[in-house]
Design a protein around this ligand. Structure first.
Ligand SMILES: [Zn+2]
Length: 661
């Protein structure tokens, strides 16, 4: 997952931006909610002043106007970037709420800004100086047009009202998940099979019962390992109720308001409205792509499920035709098949991957590939939690500082409970500004499974995209690329953790760590292909559901989900409400979830260049120079062409999908 800090694509930003030069970034931790409110007020005043100057300054050249608009982006990031991160990680509810309030005020300003007709007309007359300016110019015009600059005043007002409401609704949806306090109590007996690490971390009451929450570091190991079906079912049902009925209502309103928004612009659906600016171009193109994926994996899904059912029958010593596979069985029996067939137990990996060395190992992989060095920041930093820390990244050849990465590794109450990268401050070579990003995950202190190591690398991949980017405009920095491309650089790297040559680097960062036995890794590689049918069919379902919810016809979120999931092999479990926890589509991935599969096609194609050596500094540096460095200032297709030396295609993706790697 990836989270754009406070600054999604459509954001104005201020000419008065402070230039940080090559100096290290210091995280501006606000002292109190009142400080946040004051900072927010200053931000909005600065933006308004710059907006007036830009709209009136007839002597401004075209490039000065583009630069001025990007300076507004930087000014916004200076304040809102850190605040957007604090919403997800600050232990203080009053800080989180104040940061949310600032975002709402900013979004309200932003809606009006993008309807500034005088500024739009001035921008339209600009003659871009080169291709980079042209792309930035075109994207910025799109922002104005998509905000309703050309609509009648009554419609413009409605667009602003809708934007305000969408912001508040999305915030409420995310807050209910983040602040969930569900506690499940189990006896030791009920937790049979659950890994010792989970039990060790769980608080106990005077009767010796264990308290489990719904963070992924707890839920996934329980679903994969708890031998008692009733335990898995209870955890599964609780996890699949995260967000609750209130979030289903919110999702229904979100979808309805987005549809109304699209209709104001003459589009029948929100999907049509947003997809025209994506690589995929149109809903029809996405649907065609998704059907091809579905066709490629459906037989494999059924075979996977049959294998799980057979495993369940063996486990319970009963006939296969008497055996029903439930949704809370799939993770458990997938693990059993992996253990039985491939002798792989994800839990076995935790002893080889302690959290801190794992992070240093992934840094080392990036260092080797891209010619950079990570080091704990020497600059004193006041951060949001004692366990959060900062690292600088420098270029080995030139010794220049490239950016700052903040890391927040472990679970705690009220913290964002998945894994994501906040790219909250973007690079701008013109403004001599260095980027900063934050890696927020929830790994177990007992160590990582190989799957979790892969997730950590995925998120670090977004961080590398953000921090190694060297774009002219902050608005095009790093991960500010088209949404159906943004996952590709991270997905490409996921593969790396299965490579013995890559894992050998672990010894360099932690000589005392026990190396992963080569047979275990080889078995994990073999086992990885098992379950692909189930996994891709699920991705297909999520993407199709997202498109249907944001399609032409209004639909009740849960009824639609029950119908679509009901049509799958395992059916829908009444009472479960997956959409209530589907944060992606409540937020920035609305009508964009397909992007995970779409990007994977590109990721598989990118991997072909590293087929001979995943640690090749030559290929790595070429990749850095062609893809990462250019962020969003060059179209994705052109980036791929420059890196691969040919147009991108889907051969590698479908080969991996149907045959395995
Ligand atoms: Zn991601």
């Amino acid at each position: 997952m990836f989270a754009a800090g406070g600054t999604p694509a459509a954001q104005p930003v201020a000419a008065s931006a402070a230039v940080s030069g090559g100096s290290p970034y210091v995280f501006p931790l606000p002292r109190s909610p009142a400080t946040i409110a004051a900072q927010c007020k200053t931000l909005l005043a600065d933006l308004s002043r710059t907006e007036t100057q830009l709209a009136q300054g007839s002597e401004l050249s075209g490039s000065a106007l583009l630069a001025g608009l990007d300076a507004m982006t930087r000014r916004t990031e200076d304040t809102l970037g850190p605040l957007g991160l604090l919403v997800a990680v600050s232990p203080s509810k009053s800080v989180r709420d104040a940061a949310d309030a600032c975002d709402r005020d900013y979004q309200a300003y932003s809606s009006r800004f993008w309807q500034n007709a005088a500024l739009y007309l001035r921008l339209k007359q600009v003659q871009p100086a080169d291709e980079i300016d042209r792309r930035f110019w075109r994207d910025t015009l799109d922002n104005f047009e998509d905000a309703g600059v050309a609509l009648a005043p009554g419609q413009q007002l409605r667009v602003r009202e809708l934007n305000d409401e969408l912001t508040a609704l999305t915030q409420a949806f995310e807050r209910r998940i983040r602040e969930d306090r569900t506690q499940l109590w189990f006896t030791r007996h009920e937790l049979a099979g659950v890994p010792a690490g989970v039990l060790k971390a769980a608080p106990r009451d005077t009767r010796g019962r264990y308290r489990l929450g719904l963070e992924q570091a707890t839920v996934f190991p329980v679903l994969e390992n708890a031998t008692r079906p009733a335990t898995r079912e209870r955890v599964w049902r609780a996890y699949l109720s995260l967000g609750g009925a209130a979030n289903l209502d919110t999702l229904a309103i979100l979808a309805q308001r987005r549809r109304e928004m699209a209709q104001l612009f003459g589009h029948a659906s929100y999907a049509d409205f947003v997809l025209r600016h994506r690589m995929a171009h149109s809903e029809a193109e996405v649907q065609t792509f998704l059907s091809t994926v579905k066709e490629a994996v459906s037989a494999r899904e059924l075979a996977d499920l049959e294998e799980l059912r057979a495993e369940k029958a063996r486990h319970l010593n009963q006939a296969v035709d008497q055996t029903v596979l439930f949704r809370w069985d799939t993770a458990f029996y997938s693990e059993r098949v992996r253990r039985a067939t491939y002798a792989v137990d994800q839990e076995q990996f935790r002893r080889y991957f302690p959290p801190e060395p794992s992070l240093r190992f992934l840094f080392r992989v990036a260092e080797r590939l891209f010619g950079i060095t990570f080091a704990p920041s020497a600059t004193p930093q006041s951060l949001w939690h004692p366990e959060a820390r900062a690292y600088t990244i420098t270029n080995n050849d030139s010794k220049e500082l490239l950016g700052t990465l903040f890391v927040d590794l472990y679970p705690r109450a009220d913290k964002f409970n998945h894994a994501a990268l906040w790219s909250f401050r973007n690079v701008s070579t013109w403004a001599d500004r260095l980027p900063a990003a934050a890696l927020v995950v929830n790994v177990s202190r007992q160590g990582l499974t190989l799957d979790e190591l892969e997730t950590l690398l995925h998120e670090l991949g977004h961080g590398l995209h953000a921090l190694l980017s060297r774009t002219r405009y902050a608005g095009q920095g790093g991960t500010n690329v088209q949404l159906d491309f943004v996952e590709a650089p991270s997905q490409m790297l996921e593969d790396w953790v299965y490579d013995p040559q890559v894992l050998a680097l672990f010894g360099e960062v932690c000589p005392s760590c026990e190396p992963v036995p080569p047979p275990l890794l080889a078995q994990a590689r073999a086992a990885r292909d098992f379950g692909k049918g189930i996994q891709f069919s699920r991705q297909y379902l999520y993407a199709s559901y997202d498109l249907a919810l944001h399609g032409r016809e209004p639909a009740d979120p849960l009824a639609l989900w029950a119908q679509m999931e009901g049509a799958t092999a395992l059916g829908h479990v009444p009472g479960s409400m997956f959409p209530a926890g589907f944060e992606h589509i409540a937020g920035g991935y609305a009508a964009g979830y397909y992007g995970y599969l779409w990007s994977l096609v590109l990721a598989e194609d990118l991997r072909t260049a590293f087929a001979a050596d995943r640690l090749s500094p030559v290929v790595g540096q070429r990749y850095r120079a062609t893809v990462l460095q250019n962020g969003g200032q060059v179209a994705p297709g052109e980036l791929l062409q420059r890196f691969l030396g040919r147009p991108n295609d889907s051969r590698a993706f479908f080969k991996a999908l149907t045959q395995g790697d």
